[in-house]
Ligand binder design. Structure first.
Ligand SMILES: NC(=O)c1ccc[n+]([C@@H]2O[C@H](COP(=O)([O-])OP(=O)(O)OC[C@H]3O[C@@H](n4cnc5c(N)ncnc54)[C@H](OP(=O)(O)O)[C@@H]3O)[C@@H](O)[C@H]2O)c1
Length: 229
């Protein structure tokens, strides 16, 4: 099978996607800043998971991540999942520290594009790029202006990339609300137990790769409905 590079695979949605891809026979190179958590996840998910600890904001780390994929060979998928939420509780735009906004864009927009630039030459005709977005990219939720603006930027970047690179599929995937550390940070102290488990959303990526729809914005809920989940 082929190799996938998935950022932020130690927990949450990234971990669930890594597990689903491994089940389907992929080798998966993945990262996270917390090396201990990443190593533990890789050990739990088996030898097809290749952990490369580091921060996607770091160019040397990005090069190492992609080099690990190249060493395995046949890189067919880049899934930009790692993201920052910003301050918790979420501040209104009038209170958002501009340096926090710049940092959010570095993690959620600049790093994914830098990885796309490194991976594009490796992707064959069946290659794909998945950029994980959010409904906060398009909805005016109060407090979500910083994070939401990064996801809006990621969506338009994906949109233009799809036009410029017709030889690869580029999808920007809205996973919907999930019960993760990031979601809890967005709703501090609130009960989020009604949100979907990441393991129940990850099959949307499997459906996406199987269906290979044209490049564009996709919602996990729609993909899951199509496969009867
Ligand atoms: N949860 C939701 O309800 C929801 C809804 C819509 C969209 N999303 C999107 O879904 C994706 C996954 O979110 P999640 O809820 O699963 O988040 P999460 O539970 O916070 O997990 C994020 C993962 O990314 C890693 N990560 C974060 N910053 C990183 C960095 N700078 N460099 C390398 N790795 C980094 C984290 O590990 P370390 O902290 O150790 O680095 C962790 O493995 C994100 O793109 C998010 O915007 C989530």
């Amino acid at each position: 099978m082929a190799t996938a590079i998935v950022t932020g695979g130690s927990k949450g949605f990234g971990r669930a996607v890594v597990a689903a891809l491994v089940d389907d026979g992929w080798d998966v190179v993945t990262d996270a800043r917390d090396a201990g958590a990443l190593t533990a996840t890789a050990a739990a998910l088996g030898p097809r998971v290749h952990p490369v600890p580091g921060d996607v904001e770091d160019p040397a780390h990005r090069a190492a991540l992609v080099a690990a994929g190249r060493a395995l060979g046949d890189v067919r998928l880049l899934l930009n999942n790692a993201s920052a939420l910003g301050p918790s509780p979420l501040p209104r735009l009038r209170d958002l520290d501009p340096s926090e906004l710049a940092r959010l864009h570095a993690t959620n927009v600049v790093a994914p594009l830098a990885l796309v630039q490194l991976v594009l030459p490796l992707l064959g005709r069946t290659g794909a790029i998945v950029n994980v977005t959010s409904d906060a990219a398009v909805e005016p939720y109060e407090g979500w202006g910083g994070y939401g603006s990064t996801k809006a930027a990621l969506e338009q970047l994906s949109n233009v990339l799809a036009a410029e690179e017709p030889g690869v599929r580029v999808w920007w995937l809205d996973p919907g609300d999930m019960r993760t550390d990031m979601h809890q940070a967005a709703f501090p102290g609130e009960d989020i137990s009604d949100r979907a488990q990441p393991d129940d959303v990850a099959p949307a990526v499997r459906a996406l790769l199987a269906q290979r729809p044209p490049s564009g914005r996709v919602r996990a809920a729609d993909l899951l409905a199509e496969v009867g989940r």
